[in-house]
Design a protein around this ligand. Sequence first.
Ligand code: DQA
Length: 136
Amino acid sequence: MKFLFINGVNLNMTGVREKGVYGSQSLEEINADIKAHFPQDTCEFYQSNYEGDICTKLHTADCDGIILNAGAFTHYSYAIRDAIAAIKIPVIEVHMSNVFRRESFRHESVISEVCAGTIVGFGKNSYILAAQSFKL
Ligand code: DQA
């Protein structure tokens, strides 16, 4: 299968920011661990801090499934919500932290209703579980 992993705003700071929440591995290290779980599959990794760039990446995606951690955009980006709704490829929303055990603004996702499913709280394994679900 062809997977596209998209990480949104501030995810490039993983391993540097809030290590108690997101761990000490960098995004590149996490991506390498994800790829190691899917030796037979094609994994593309994309990160951007820009909402419009993430929309364009969604519009132009060519893959079987998208795994999206939109970061804080999750909680307010109607643009990303509409970009997901505009495409046919299924998108799974993921979060490394358990957003429901955190501040109340993180309890709302404006993208969940247009995603195929949501996985939260398993650290880097949230990405792996999401990709595995496409193979069930
Ligand atoms: C996050 C949770 C978001 O609330 C936060 O803004 C992030 C990361 C997560 O992976 O747990 O940047 O999406």
